[in-house]
Design a binder for this molecule. Sequence first.
Ligand code: ADP
Length: 155
Amino acid sequence: MKKAVFPGSFDPVTLGHIDIISRSLPLFDEIVIAIGINAKKNYMFSVDERKKFIQNAFFAEQKITVETYTGLTVDYCKTINADFILRGLRNPADFEFEKAIAQTNRKLSGIETVFLLTSAETSFISSSIVRDVVKNGGDASILLPKSVSEYLKKE
Ligand code: ADP
């Protein structure tokens, strides 16, 4: 059984994340979308909101579960018996950052990180840009799955 963890902040989940997750479905039997909780970080959306956004976007997909975790990603992977970490790459900055983490994780635990290259249509999307648009009263719906954009419209 090929089980992968897709770790991230997902504050909020964007069409960029959705693209990576959807394209990874044929590669794995199970994908755990793992929301990392860092007590020192200030998030725009609560853990429950972030979890619901992802669950609602993938409610019909049996392979996907959404969880939260604290501490090292590799420790979390061990706890749930996942052999792969999934990450997305948008640009050279992502690559440099992800390279060091993936190499460290493999040395620490043997866990292999699988990278999917961003799609051309979603390569510019980031949660931080979405947060900026939302904070300033703009409409970020073209960057977001319905589960997030409809929630924002109701607020
Ligand atoms: P983190 O704080 O761990 O970077 P994010 O939620 O920002 O959490 O991102 C989680 C993962 O999703 C990362 O691997 C990131 O590179 C990837 N990702 C984010 N946006 C995109 C996008 N537009 N295209 C491809 N991958 C993306």
